[in-house]
Design a protein around this ligand. Structure first.
Ligand SMILES: C[S@@+](CC[C@H](N)C(=O)[O-])C[C@H]1O[C@@H](n2cnc3c(N)ncnc32)[C@H](O)[C@@H]1O
Length: 112
């Protein structure tokens, strides 16, 4: 019988992709953090770096107007985020992209 070797990355993806969040955060923590922000509006462009499958990203969409870009290094997580954005009819405001937070694929004026 052949032994199947599974990499640490595969293991991480397999054990985390079905979870609503990939960290021990909570809705309460997100709400508290949002309290520190200046008011945003429908033209605001928001980035959620290291968004995972987007549990938190969708929560941000609930509380904030504007458009949200979720970025994560794992395309499997991003596929899940985009699927969930569609399920919640948020695909016009929430977009997931695969990339590295160390080399952001955004133009500087995303932040203006
Ligand atoms: C602790 S999880 C948090 C996920 C999500 N924000 C949540 O609240 O459920 C950290 C996430 O950051 C991503 N990540 C780590 N380093 C990264 C990098 N350099 N660039 C992009 N994503 C990264 C991981 O793939 C993982 O999904």
């Amino acid at each position: 019988m052949k032994t199947k070797h599974i990499s640490m990355v595969d293991l991480l993806l397999e054990t985390h992709i079905g979870l609503e969040r990939q960290d021990p955060g909570s809705s309460e923590a997100v709400e508290q953090a949002l309290g520190f922000l200046k008011p945003l509006n429908q033209f605001s462009k928001i980035a959620d770096l290291g968004c995972g499958t987007g549990g938190q990203t969708l929560l941000l969409a609930k509380y904030l107007s504007g458009t949200i870009t979720g970025l994560d290094m794992f395309s499997n997580f991003i596929d899940k985020l985009n699927e969930n954005a569609q399920i919640h009819n948020l695909e016009n405001r929430v977009t997931g992209i695969t990339g590295s937070m160390e080399n952001l694929p955004f133009q500087k004026n995303l932040w203006t």
